[in-house]
Ligand binder design. Structure first.
Ligand SMILES: Cc1ncc(COP(=O)(O)O)c(C=O)c1O
Length: 396
């Protein structure tokens, strides 16, 4: 008999799409894949070299559970340089990806029955990780007409003495929303007043468009002591497969995360830590180069879809996702069958137009779809054109 903890867990909804894309490609079909959650760029040269060097010099043993000191120091230097946040290496834990740090931070902070507020739509792992830690999720709605920005008033309305943690994610997967400094300040003041912790997932920090700023909630007075800053190299240095993320937190929380990690995984991969160190030490030139590509592709995607009747698409502000709402399209039928829900639309687009997208259902937004523009310009252009054609074929 399985535990109640695990019975609530679902399998990633994107797996079915990946499987279908694979099958279609095996049949010789050209599939335009906008479902991916990773940059199409290779890892930087210095990262690859550092990985080779680590193997060649036999840097292949267990490391300190919280990660090698050099890397934790480099992360502190980065947090000072980019975020004006002062941490010591003891307050930094390196884990097997940001996801792993998010899971450990929730295990460290959430007691069974504690409430965790998650802005909705949200990245699919947040609720699952809260449930795994025994917490209850309270979803804070955001609206397409607000560009999916979390409003401080909404947070104020939902926060209770049972709220232990609020999850923030700016720039956001799936909506591409980037909170401004003043929005973050208003949110921080609610959190401070109610003495809630915040887990701030800043994994898309460098991927922001049109000069938008990135402000960590930890930056506001009285907030560093209640914030776990989570970040990593997956998206910023195109290193998804190396599995390195990190958290910076008050000493007590960082220590708890390190203890959890020491019992569960011993340490993150030694070779990957050296590679991540090289990436972080190389500065921001690489993510800035990728950002130029993402801005151009964001524009291609937005131009192709913004005027399509029934598609409401806020201009993506960061990350590499467009998240149109297609509510009125879903009332239509295709081949006599009502669509109703984004999953049916995504299936139709993949079957008939050979474009893979992720239904918003995966992110608790069943009237939206997510299109990743982390692919070559011509793929993004062709795929978005096909989505527009698919919409035009729906009968009302
Ligand atoms: C919002 C968000 N947080 C965290 C992660 C996980 O990052 P990592 O590869 O470092 O585990 C992702 C990956 O898709 C993400 O989109």
């Amino acid at each position: 008999m399985l535990t109640s903890r695990v019975s609530r867990l679902s399998i990633s909804q994107t797996l079915a799409i990946v499987e279908k894309v694979r099958t279609l490609r095996k049949q010789g079909v050209t599939v335009y894949d906008l479902s991916v959650g990773e940059p199409d760029h290779p890892s930087p040269k210095e990262v690859k070299e550092a990985g080779h060097q680590a193997i060649d010099s036999d840097f292949t043993k267990y490391t300190a559970a919280a990660g090698i000191l050099e890397l934790r120091q480099a992360i502190c230097d980065k947090l000072k340089r980019d975020n004006d946040l002062e941490y010591t290496p003891k307050q930094v834990v390196v884990g097997n990806g940001a996801k792993h740090i998010l899971a450990s931070a929730l295990l460290a902070l959430v007691e069974p029955g504690d409430e965790v507020i998650i802005p909705e739509p949200c990245w699919l792992s947040y609720p699952e990780l809260v449930w795994l830690a025994g917490g209850e999720v309270v979803f804070a709605p955001t609206k397409v007409e607000d560009g999916f920005h979390l409003k401080a008033e909404v947070l104020e309305r939902l926060i209770t003495p049972r709220t232990k943690v609020v999850m923030l994610n700016s720039p956001c997967n799936p909506t591409g929303a980037v909170l401004s400094g003043s929005e973050m300040e208003a949110i921080a003041s609610v959190l401070r007043r109610h003495k809630a912790y915040v887990i701030s997932d800043e994994i898309y920090e460098y991927l922001r468009f049109d000069g938008r700023e990135h402000v960590s909630p930890a930056h506001f007075p009285g907030m560093m002591e209640r914030t776990v800053v989570v970040n990593g190299v997956s998206k910023s240095f195109a290193m998804t497969g190396w599995r390195i993320g990190y958290g910076a937190a008050p000493l007590e929380i960082a220590d708890a995360i390190a203890r959890i990690q020491s019992q569960m995984t011993s340490s993150p991969c030694s070779v990957s830590q050296k590679a991540a160190l090289a990436g972080i030490q190389s500065g921001t030139a690489y993510p800035e180069m990728m950002n130029v590509d993402f801005v151009r592709r964001r524009d291609i995607c937005h131009a192709a879809l913004k005027d399509v009747p029934g598609v409401q698409l806020p201009r993506p502000e960061g990350a590499f996702y467009a998240f149109p709402q297609i509510q009125s399209i879903l009332t239509g039928t295709i081949k006599g069958k009502p669509l109703k829900e984004a999953t049916a639309f995504a299936e139709y687009v993949l079957d008939e137009y050979h474009v893979a997208i992720v239904p918003g259902t995966a992110f608790r937004a069943p009237d939206c779809i997510r299109l990743s523009f982390a692919s070559a310009d011509d793929i993004v252009k062709e795929a978005c054109g096909r989505v527009a054609a698919a919409v035009a074929d729906i009968k009302h």
